[in-house]
Design a protein around this ligand. Sequence first.
Ligand SMILES: Nc1ncnc2c1ncn2[C@@H]1O[C@H](COP(=O)(O)OP(=O)(O)OP(=O)(O)O)[C@@H](O)[C@H]1O
Ligand SMILES: [Mg+2]
Length: 62
Amino acid sequence: MLIAKNITKKFVGVTALNNVNLELYPGKVNAIVGENGAGKSTLMKILSGVHTQYSGDIIFGE
Ligand SMILES: Nc1ncnc2c1ncn2[C@@H]1O[C@H](COP(=O)(O)OP(=O)(O)OP(=O)(O)O)[C@@H](O)[C@H]1O
Ligand SMILES: [Mg+2]
C-alpha cells in the first residue's frame, strides 16, 4: 500500500536520509529501528507530509 524509493533528505550540514527504500503491505506490522539520529522521525515526517522538501518517490494507495 506504500512504496518509498530512494528517499534522501538533507538538512543544512547533515544528510538525514540517504536513499532509503521501504515497502508497506496491508496487514503487515513494521518496526523502524535505529540509533539516535538515524533518521527515523525524519522518514515518518516525510511519509506524513510534514517535510515536503526531499528527493525520491512515494507511491501510495495502490
Ligand atoms: N529540523 C531539522 N533541522 C536540522 N537537522 C535535523 C532536523 N531534524 C532532524 N535533523 C537531523 O537529521 C538527523 C536525523 O534525525 P532524526 O530526528 O530523524 O533521527 P531519529 O532516528 O528520529 O533520532 P531519535 O532516536 O533521537 O529520535 C539527525 O542528524 C538530526 O540532527
Ligand atoms: Mg526520532
